[in-house]
Design a protein around this ligand. Structure first.
Ligand code: WT7
Length: 634
């Protein structure tokens, strides 16, 4: 989203930490903690001590082969062991680990012990299916307990998971599955969405026809609706049948710190999604530390991150962060406004949620209903709030602060990415807050704003957001595409500094104000989608000869798609075709690709070498100066 810079430059409000929050905070002195973080290796090594290691690391950070950094070299560890097994020897044994709730108001509570048994059984079952350390297992599942269990079962035996968001559709699914070469796929009969059941199995069935590597399809009977599986094919099996009779113990695999943990696809500037690869120990250290210190997690907390597990937010902060800290995590399946826009607040009241983390788009959506629903429920249990996914406008920040947090809860505006694995720029509860700013880099993180040459820009001036030193949960590469990894992220500026792909500016106090993407990536309701992906979906339709796509600002979703298309001979852009095109793009990419406007053109601005200049279209859209047009073809 492109932000109204005038509004931001004008934003002068500061919110100091309240005593009540400060007195219980793990980190009471922000400046001191940031100072401590400057001794990078010492800082992160201390954080790594919180886990049980089978074998301790020899070296904290290996920088000998930049940008292929390695963390906790020589260490042996197992994530599932640390997130689940280790708690059953403590007083947490019978504490709820997963609190699953859905839009029908149904709940399931799974204790750490129950989770332990289920993960072990499934881990053994996966082994029986022939899954070995290093193999890829995919999940196309709703927000349901089995999604967490299957992920943890992979960790237990060293398999690499690759989750496909259940809101993505056939085209996106096939591409991801075949790139990751998944052996096993977990899917379900359906997912609840606004009173309906979306038939995930039907989408998976269609996609699987094009996925030759999948040997077994495990079907979770989640909604209980009768479904057919073709057991005779020898490929499909019900989840329950699979785990039945398996032993309740599985020896955790001794994973090397740098063994791959998961692949998660995200969008870049080109049409091909990027397989972001995370490894084991550094990722664990990064997510557990940031969750603990930013959301100040304590024993009696009830943590709720509304993000979907199909995105990095859910990986890091619905599953891994909370379970590694031994905290109950709420897993909610449903929309924020169904059956009514009070559903989230009702859950906060009912269960006493203490820490709540969501996206600006959801806040802007719920804001439309004023205070009616936030006043209907008692939200006093809340202590700390958070946002993620896109810049939050000060107006939405203030609404959230006043009406949800009742002016008692600080808001953690966390900036990070699929690639970073963990929060990189964010306040902590001891921070002074400014609405709309993600404030300062987390301790141990060296962030800056630079110009085209990589030089720091002066205060107040916009530039490229970069990270100058490695951090433990950084992605290690793009799956099977090291060249792209180096090119996109590390070769833009000299000296191996990480180019994040965002524009930002810093104010007098060093606070970061993120301004939006610097590349052709759109942020629709916080979801990341590449212009080129949408364009290629468009040209896959027989009526479309060429397409160019840009983001168009939207008061709730931040951005929606504006498409400029050139039609083939014989087609006209009438209502029917518009509907067809919408359906087609949705079929290829899923409901995340929200089309705002389709306009027909006879020409697209291109460079002489034929590349579409989306920049020109964007400038036109915003009524801005076209900038340098010297490369524009006549
Ligand atoms: C992009 C990363 C990180 C989890 C969800 C998104 C934008 C993210 C913020 C924030 C301003 C933000 C950036 C970033 N973004 N958080 N607090 N303020 N912008 O992960 O899908 O990898 O997207 O989201 O543009 O580059 P992602």
């Amino acid at each position: 989203m492109v932000r109204d810079t005038a509004v931001l430059l004008d934003e002068r409000r500061v919110f100091e930490p309240k005593d009540e929050i400060l007195s219980r905070a793990h980190v009471k002195n922000w400046e001191k903690e940031i100072e401590k973080g400057k001794d990078l290796e010492k800082y992160w090594a201390e954080k790594a001590e919180q886990f049980e290691w089978f074998q301790k690391w020899d070296q904290v950070l290996d920088e000998s082969n930049k940008p292929f950094y390695q963390w906790f070299v020589g260490g042996k560890i197992n994530l599932a062991y640390n997130a689940v097994d280790r708690w059953i020897e403590t007083e947490k044994r019978n504490q709820v680990a997963i609190l699953y709730i859905n839009e029908r108001g149904e709940e399931k509570k799974i204790t750490f012990y129950e989770l332990y048994v289920q993960v072990n059984k499934l881990a053994n079952a996966l082994k029986n299916l022939g899954v070995k350390k290093g193999d890829t297992v995919s999940m196309y599942l709703p927000m349901c307990p089995e999604l967490l269990i299957s992920i943890l079962a992979c960790n237990k035996i060293g398999a690499v998971h690759s989750v496909v968001y259940s809101g993505l559709s056939v085209g996106a699914f096939v591409e991801r599955m075949n790139d990751a070469k998944a052996k096993v796929l977990f899917t379900a009969d359906g997912t609840y969405r606004r009173g309906k059941i979306i038939d995930l199995k039907a989408i998976a069935d269609e996609a699987i026809l094009q996925c030759p590597t999948i040997e077994t399809i495990v079907v979770v009977n989640h909604t209980g609706k009768p479904i057919q599986i073709s057991e005779l094919s020898g490929r499909e099996i019900f989840y329950e049948r699979l785990v039945d009779g398996e032993p309740a113990y599985c020896e955790p695999e001794w994973m090397d710190s740098e063994d791959p943990l998961f692949i998660l696809y995200t969008s870049g500037s080109t049409g091909k999604p990027k397989g972001v690869l995370h490894t084991t120990a550094g990722y664990m250290v990064g997510v557990a530390t940031t969750l603990r210190d930013i959301f100040d997690i304590h024993e009696n907390d009830l943590w709720w991150c509304t993000g979907d597990i199909g995105w990095i937010t859910g990986h890091s902060y619905v599953i891994y962060g909370p379970l590694l800290l031994g905290t109950t995590t709420v897993v909610y399946e449903g929309a924020p406004d169904y059956p009514d826009p009070g559903v989230w607040w009702k859950i906060v009241e009912k269960y006493g949620v203490t820490k709540f983390y969501t996206a600006p788009t959801a806040i802007r959506h719920l804001m439309r209903f004023g205070t009616r629903y936030t006043n209907l429920y008692n939200l006093e249990s809340l202590r700390i709030l958070g946002t993620v996914g896109e810049p939050i406008n000060p107006e939405a920040w203030m609404w959230y602060y006043k009406n949800v947090g009742k002016e008692n809860c600080p808001i953690m505006d966390t900036w990070w990415q699929t690639e970073t694995g963990m929060h990189l720029i964010s306040p902590i509860p001891a921070a002074s807050l400014k609405p709309g700013s993600a404030t300062l880099p987390f301790p141990g993180i060296d962030a800056d704003v630079v110009d085209e040459e990589g030089n720091s820009v002066p205060v107040g001036k916009g530039g490229y957001l970069v990270i100058k030193k490695p951090w433990p949960s950084m992605f290690r590469t793009l799956y099977k595409d090291e060249e792209r990894f180096k090119d996109v992220y590390w070769n833009a500026f000299p000296g191996y500094i990480y180019k994040a792909g965002d524009m930002a500016r810093k104010d007098e106090e060093g606070y970061f104000w993120i301004q939006g993407r610097s590349d052709d990536v759109l942020k629709i309701a916080g979801h990341r989608i590449g212009s080129a992906e949408v364009e290629s979906a468009f040209v896959g339709h027989p009526a479309v000869a060429e397409a160019a796509v840009i983001g168009k600002s939207d008061p709730i979703k931040g951005e929606v798609i504006k498409a400029f298309i050139i039609l083939r001979e014989g087609y006209e852009l009438k209502t029917q075709l518009i509907e067809d095109l919408k359906k087609h793009v949705r079929y290829e990419l899923g409901p995340v690709a929200v089309l705002g406007e389709i306009v027909q053109v006879d020409k697209l601005p291109k460079t002489r070498s034929g590349k579409i200049m989306r920049r020109i279209l964007r400038a036109q859209e915003r009524g801005e100066d076209l900038g340098d047009t010297s490369t524009l073809e006549e």
